[in-house]
Design a protein around this ligand. Structure first.
Ligand code: ADP
Length: 308
């Protein structure tokens, strides 16, 4: 019996957002809107998304002993996430400085701060949390060696889900643990690198997501999910590749859609759904998340997913 349906090991950031008429060039100062501060970071987003759906969720993360850290802890608790695993101190809370222009294009500077200080030793110290969790999910906004330690510390029959974002090459040990590895188009192309070469044409990655899924699967994960925004998603395992259509909605803001998708998928897998069933549910959650502004604010409850 597990205490948690999902343990998220990952980042927690304060998103500092300023609207501008024009994003500044080098040496330039522009005046913008009032500052908006939102809780964010892929780890924190995934935990809130899962808890809002009703999953018993815990977060293993690190924030600073500062106002941004308290904002993140408060938002996690408000969503129902168990924050006993959130470590405090060592560096300022991670921050994303975001300027957005009227066309919606943005420029972002991230200071990882405390996220960069979530260490393998912190994971070892949280062994009881890992062992109490049916599914463990991670992303790459924390050190890669910390993710490696998560894989080593998994309970024998628990399941590991990875969204490698921001993408970078993964050691075989991590790839082999992923069930599934969840990537969007950009992440798929970075992970494939030279292996995505089509017909021996150097530097040209195939345009077919089915090919990316097959090539990624060959790198060692037990299963792969490729998310395709408004085009839906596809799932790949030893049983084959299946495409899932997106749910038709009017997109308002796609921020956090991938995080909501991953959290929902991880939770449903832990509840015993097949990969295709879990991905179909996650597509509904991702679609619901793009109908609202922001990331965490837009994540649906289970009732809202049903109503979609
Ligand atoms: P990321 O945010 O990581 O780039 P995607 O944009 O692929 O991820 O979105 C994740 C999932 O959310 C998609 O697979 C899809 O199910 C859902 N989704 C995203 N954008 C839309 C959209 N415009 N309409 C419907 N569903 C969407």
């Amino acid at each position: 019996m597990y205490d948690y349906d999902l343990l998220v090991v990952g980042s927690a950031n304060a998103d500092l957002v300023i609207g501008v008429e024009r994003r500044p060039g080098a040496g330039e100062t522009v005046l913008g809107s009032d500052l908006a501060v939102h809780p964010g970071g892929k780890g924190a987003n995934q935990a809130v998304a899962a808890a809002r759906l009703g999953a018993r969720t815990a977060l293993l993360a690190r924030v600073g002993d500062d106002a941004h850290g308290r904002l993140l802890l408060d938002s996690q608790r408000a969503a129902g996430v168990d924050t006993a695993g959130v470590l405090v101190g060592g560096a300022p809370t991670g921050v994303a400085l975001i300027t957005v222009d009227p066309s919606g294009d943005n420029s972002i500077v991230v200071s990882p701060g405390a996220n960069g200080r979530l260490t393998p030793a912190d994971v070892r110290a949280a062994a009881s949390l890992l062992h109490a969790s049916r599914v463990v999910s991670a992303q790459l906004e924390i050190p890669l060696e910390t993710v490696v330690e998560v894989v080593r510390g998994l309970a024998p029959d628990s399941r590991f889900v990875l969204n490698p974002s921001p993408p970078r090459p993964l050691p075989p040990e991590v790839l082999a643990a992923c069930d599934p590895l969840i990537v969007n188009e950009h992440e798929a192309k970075v992970l494939l690198g030279e292996d995505g070469v089509e017909d021996g044409v150097e530097g040209s990655v195939s345009d077919a997501p089915e090919d990316w899924a097959r090539l990624l699967l060959a790198k060692g994960p037990r299963s792969v999910v490729v998310t395709l925004g408004a085009e839906g998603a596809l799932v790949a395992s030893a049983q084959g590749v299946t495409r899932l259509p997106a749910v038709k909605v009017t997109a308002v803001d796609t921020t956090g859609a991938g995080d909501a998708f991953t959290a929902a998928l991880a939770w449903r897998l832990g509840a015993g759904s097949s990969l295709a069933e879990a991905a179909a549910y996650a597509s509904r959650v991702g679609a619901a998340a793009v109908t609202g502004q922001g990331a965490q604010d837009s994540f649906p409850t289970a009732a809202e997913v049903e109503a979609l």
